[in-house]
Design a protein around this ligand. Structure first.
Ligand code: GDP
Length: 425
């Protein structure tokens, strides 16, 4: 009855969705515990290729119950579209395999708009938000001005009163800060009814459900979004997300605060990528970077934005492993490195004349320079390899190097986006 978390060690986009899809059939429940539709998990399996934003990546595995926990923020309009796209591909989404916490917070149109208005106001100083309303909705959650999914089960009078109370305040802010027109109770109520009512029968007391699952000895998989370096507390603040993608938050954000994790599988990319603004010490430009970006198809699953790229960063990744409390690792996209003759890796940072192997406090990152070394490449396609002993020696040594640097065992090496393109060590 393991409770396992699958989490990102880096900046996100490590291939967590791909790993959840691989393992999901061994679990009874898959839970998303934080974030919203601001990042995409790409899953490629026999049903096709999917970019999941909110739906847990266990949705393709028969018999798995997929849950959006209380730590998630839900844009109902987006959820309607995402559910529709998955159903069109022939994957059922029903009250038997999809569950939404009554405590999850709804991301309303004014959250999205506020995100856009704020990025426009910031101009050159922008955060590089995905403009999906995530920071505003989490902000409202902690200001206690959010609306929870379970409130959709109340009548119109109740929701009108809640919206009036919130909009009286929100409109003051939107009008006076951004000079934009106010929102009306009628339009927001209409939006909640149009996009929220289809999910009424999916809304549950997830805490009870997970407690029952725990008592019955069922296997529970927690699926994180983004990565350690985007954590609101431990990430590169303020270039973080507004929630905690750490494994330690999984029990709280899922609805089962008393669950102890047995296993934390950290997902690490064989090189570094980063979307959005903020310091990225290993960022590389030029021909080698372009080759890596093209070979790895490093364009955001949600936004289509080109990802910033660089070599494997041992300093940031070791930190990621530590704050995630990873018990073992999966190294993804090793096949992409076949495009380089020699492979750069960052083993330390130079800051203010000194060298460090410890990940520095965010403001110090701006002046940090990567200490690089080069490892021999393997110059051959490894995407068809399925056994460790069939990997070229240079590729094995690269994996072992990354393992030693991160001080955590790499149990899985991914060599392609497909479900079965995996080497188990
Ligand atoms: P997530 O948010 O962590 O799930 O990651 P994304 O889906 O944003 O980005 C990972 C991308 O890499 C997706 O397009 C995957 O299909 C792809 N991918 C995952 N693992 C591998 C791999 O081992 N090799 C290659 N070439 N692509 C991979």
């Amino acid at each position: 009855m393991p409770a396992t978390a699958i989490v990102g060690i880096n900046w996100g986009d490590e291939g967590k969705g791909r790993m959840v899809d691989l393992f999901a059939s061994e679990y009874d429940v898959v839970v998303r515990y934080q974030g919203g539709n601001n990042a995409g998990h790409t899953v490629v399996n026999r049903f096709g290729k999917f970019a999941l934003n909110l739906i847990p990546s266990g949705i393709f595995s028969a018999g798995v119950r997929n849950v959006l926990g209380n730590g998630v923020v839900i844009d109902l309009e987006h959820l309607c579209g995402e559910v529709g796209r998955i159903r069109e591909a022939g994957i059922p989404i029903t009250p038997e395999n999809f569950f939404i916490s009554q405590r999850a917070i709804i991301c309303l149109p004014y959250h999205r708009d506020q995100d856009v208005f704020e990025e426009e106001r910031l101009k050159g100083a922008k955060y590089g938000s995905t403009r999906r309303g995530i920071a505003p909705v989490y902000g409202d959650k902690y200001l206690k001005k959010g609306i929870q999914m379970g409130e959709l089960l109340q009548d119109d009078d109740y929701l009108r009163a809640r919206l009036s109370f919130i909009l009286e305040w929100k409109n003051l802010f939107i009008q006076n800060t951004y000079g934009k027109p106010p929102y009306t109770v009628d339009e927001m109520l209409g939006w909640l009814r149009t996009y929220g009512d289809p999910f009424k029968e999916y809304i549950h007391d997830v805490r009870c459900m997970l407690t029952r699952a725990q008592r019955a000895g069922e296997n529970i998989l927690f699926e994180a979004q983004l990565g350690a370096l985007r954590d609101i507390d431990y990430g590169i603040y303020p270039y973080t997300t507004s929630s905690s993608p750490l494994a330690a938050y999984a029990p709280i954000g899922s609805g089962a605060p008393s669950i102890r994790l047995d296993d934390v599988i950290g997902i690490v990319k064989a090189y570094s990528t980063c979307v959005g603004e903020g310091p990225f010490v290993v960022e590389t430009f030029g021909e080698e970077a372009d080759r890596l970006r093209e070979a790895g198809e490093e364009y955001g699953a949600t936004t289509g934005r080109p990802r910033r790229v660089g070599p494997f960063d041992a300093v940031a990744s070791r930190y990621g492993v530590q704050v995630q409390g990873a018990t073992r690792l999966a190294l993804t996209k090793l096949d992409v490195l076949s495009c380089l003759e020699t492979i750069p890796v960052c083993i330390a940072y130079e800051i203010g004349g000194g060298t460090t192997r410890d990940f520095p406090f965010a403001p110090l990152l701006t002046g940090a320079r990567p200490v690089l070394q080069r490892m021999p490449g393997w110059g051959t396609d490894v995407s068809g390899v399925r056994r460790w002993e069939d990997l070229p020696g240079e590729a094995q040594r690269y994996v072992e190097f990354a393992q030693d640097e991160m001080e955590c065992r790499i149990d899985f090496v991914s060599v392609g986006p497909d479900r079965d393109a995996i080497i188990r060590r």
